[in-house]
Design a protein around this ligand. Structure first.
Ligand code: ADP
Ligand code: MG
Length: 697
């Protein structure tokens, strides 16, 4: 099969729909997909029959409502198509009702109290805007997951709501700007996914990787990433074979995997797809992460998606490239070539600036997790302070607007009508600032603070809603302005908005201490850790934003907040418990054995000759013994602190205790153990070392 034939061959995409569905059914479904209108059960029945026939033709025996509960991964429960006929035979059946709605029960997923309060079961509802596909002989139907009272229990529902909110706000502004043919906009996302590949045999021997996804112990190897010889390096044959297979699998599923390369850290790689509608991009990214793990397994690898699998080596992130596109195909963050396009671009650009300045706290919240805390602000990923990078050219233009010098300074082209034109910007590759959390890259923004394992839903929910709010703010100021005064009014609004929100723009090096001080002076948020930032979810300003746009109800916000705090605490509880196990069951016995070996050798030396004092052994015994004692004591302290943490009633207090005390306990243990590991005989180290895992793939 050629790539073109292979691509999307397991997707119930538009081409298949057109082929398989009666014309009127296809039209009705298309209308539902494009305009978000209600689908009649009759139409759903016809779609279900076609879908089932196509799926069975492609070897499917089951179907599943695929959804994204608050765990951050995806969930599925498979039902077969079979229906007994009563004569000992079966038929393959699938109805519109089964397509549209499912009742997985699924009562064990986190609901943050929503279901306890309402005692309702969860149900899944088909999302026709994301195409169904076949994986492992099962027809996957993307769905939203809600409680019976309609409250969202998943990551898809709020995303769809936020896209709807932004759509309404943006269309209003565009219509006012004279874009009468624009009836809808969608947001687009291209997530760049980083990951590590290590050998499966090594993985199986590391309790920490198995239980927590990251190494809790491990001395630095003699070589790290300092040579930067891995970045964009040639692919090793085993890795190349994996990537080839991965592309193949993703293409079949209609995921437009485009770019692949080695990353900075050894064993680290990246995959970027071609961007898509946000809703589809989010589903595809979830699918990508799943398929990566599956294909890795087939190649004898394990794919690590944790934000910080290895200490002292870059962790993994996910860059969320984001823009808005009209139904007429115009990218709203693309500076155009005509005066009208320029104004439109500047309106949307300033709206994003306002949105980020006002809701930087929510953006920080949207990327907060125990894993990502190891990256943000650690000089390998953007700082925890959210700011915008615009580049010198664009910043200069905004400054000119602010000082009313705009037209004099920047109208490089004058039209005959006397209208002024902004110069066209191109993606400036010389002007890339890797230290910025939110960078303008020519025709889109790149939100760089996301961790590698995160669902990209949350950050886009915040972006979409915040920008909707900023656009409404702008709309409110131009709504009543008559046509002939509009240009001036818009200019004023842009100017005002820049003056009010320019503090969030920063083009310098985000890794420096000066920036931290400067950001504080500017009054920007700086939430260093997850427990620090979680409460912002409940602040009035933010509650008002989400409830105002119908993205979350107050109840949904409270439940999500609870889930986030609990998730943090559970993660650290598991990490701390795993470390205790590794020290008690593996490391201390290994160290004791090492000491015994030293004692034995010292005695043997003495037997050989009276003159041999066993100097080397005595020194080793002294230092290993001290480390053994220290580790024993530190582990006792950690165990006591874990108990203390678990006795803490208030979940946020507990989170702070984990962050401030338990993480420190763990670091101290690690320091001693890693020192000992570096001096131990290789065969006594009870797990594969960093050198084993990172340099032998
Ligand atoms: P880099 O590594 O330089 O940041 P990549 O080419 O790896 O760039 O990734 C850029 C990503 O941005 C790709 O996924 C691409 O499809 C996506 N992208 C490009 N244009 C848009 C757009 N208008 N909206 C959203 N994403 C976009
Ligand atoms: Mg990038």
């Amino acid at each position: 099969m050629t790539v073109v034939e292979n691509y999307g061959s397991l997707v119930f995409n538009d081409r298949v729909m057109k082929n398989k569905l009666p014309k009127d059914v296809y039209k009705a479904l298309r209308k539902t997909i494009d305009n978000n209108t209600h689908l009649d059960l009759e139409i759903a029945n016809a779609v279900a029959v076609a879908m089932k026939e196509w799926a069975v033709d492609h070897g499917a025996t089951h179907y599943t409502h695929w959804f994204q509960p608050m765990t951050g991964t995806t969930a599925e429960k498979h039902d077969s198509f079979i229906s007994p006929t009563g004569e000992g035979e079966v038929m393959m059946e699938f109805s519109g009702k089964e397509l549209v709605k499912g009742e997985p029960d699924a009562s064990s997923f986190p609901s943050g109290g929503i279901r306890a309060t309402f005692e309702a079961r969860g149900y899944t509802a088909w999302d026709p805007t994301s195409p169904a596909f076949i994986k492992d002989k099962t027809l996957y139907i993307p769905t939203a997951f809600c409680s019976y009272s309609g409250e969202a229990l998943d990551k898809k529902t709020p995303l769809l709501r936020s896209m709807q909110a932004l759509n309404q706000s943006a269309v209003r502004v565009l219509q006012k700007l004279g874009q009468k043919d624009v009836t809808g906009i969608t947001t687009t996302v291209g997530p760049e996914q980083e990951y590590f590949l290590i050998d499966k045999e090594d993985y199986k021997k590391r309790m920490d990787l198995i239980f927590t996804g990251r190494t809790l112990l491990g001395a630095r190897p003699p070589k790290g990433q300092e040579m930067e010889d891995h970045y964009f390096g040639s692919l090793k044959p085993r890795v190349a074979a994996f990537m080839h297979d991965l592309d193949d699998e993703l293409w079949k599923l209609g995921v437009p995997a485009k770019t692949k390369h080695n990353e900075v850290a050894p064993c680290q790689h990246e995959l970027a797809p071609v961007f898509d509608t946000t809703n589809v991009a989010v589903d595809h990214n979830q699918l990508t992460m799943e398929v990566m793990k599956k294909v890795a397994d087939k190649h004898g690898f394990v794919c690590l998606l944790h934000e910080k699998p290895f200490e002292g080596i870059n962790g993994s992130g996910k860059h969320n490239n984001w823009s808005m596109i009209t139904n007429t195909g115009v990218n709203l963050l693309d500076p155009g070539k005509t005066p009208g396009e320029n104004v439109q671009f500047l309106v949307f650009l300033t709206a994003v600036i306002e949105a980020v300045d006002k809701y930087a706290d929510l953006m920080r919240l949207s990327v907060a997790s125990a894993g990502n805390d190891h990256r943000l602000g650690a000089n390998e990923a953007p700082p925890a302070i959210i700011s915008i990078f615009l580049g010198d050219e664009l910043t200069e233009i905004l400054q000119a607007i602010e000082k009313d010098e705009f037209f004099e300074k920047h109208s490089k082209v004058q039209l005959e009508t006397g209208a002024k034109v902004l110069p066209h910007f191109f993606k400036d590759t010389t002007d890339r600032n890797r230290t910025s959390p939110f960078a303008f890259t020519g025709n889109k923004f790149e939100f760089r603070s996301l961790g590698s394992s995160l669902s990209v839903s949350g950050p886009n929910v915040v972006l979409n809603t915040a920008v909707a709010d900023a656009l409404d703010d702008i709309y409110g100021k131009i709504r009543e302005v008559p046509e002939e005064k509009l240009e001036e009014a818009i200019h004023e609004v842009i100017k005002e908005t820049i003056i009010r929100h320019k503090r969030v723009i920063f083009n310098g090096n985000g890794y420096t201490d000066e920036w931290v001080a400067e950001a504080e002076k500017r009054g920007l948020y700086n939430y260093r850790s997850t427990p620090d930032v979680l409460p912002v979810f409940l602040e009035k300003k933010n509650m008002d934003l989400f409830t105002g746009y119908g993205v979350f109800t107050e109840n949904e916000i409270r439940s999500r907040y609870e889930i986030l705090v609990e998730e943090y605490n559970k993660t650290l509880h598991i990490e701390a418990g795993t470390l205790v196990e590794m020290i008690n069951h593996q490391f201390l016995p290994a160290l004791a054995k090492t000491i015994r070996g030293c004692v034995e050798l010292a005695n043997q030396k003495k037997l050989l000759s009276e003159k041999l004092v066993g100097e080397a052994e005595l020194a080793a015994i002294a230092s290993f013994t001290e480390q053994h004692e220290k580790l024993y004591r530190l582990t006792k302290t950690l165990q006591a602190d874990i108990e203390k943490a678990e006795e803490t009633e208030d979940e946020l207090d507990k989170a702070h205790f984990y962050q401030e005390t338990i993480l420190k306990d763990m670091e101290e243990i690690r320091k001693v153990a890693d020192e000992a590991e570096a001096a131990m005989p290789k065969e006594e180290i009870p797990y594969p070392t960093y050198a084993d895992m990172l340099f032998y793939v």
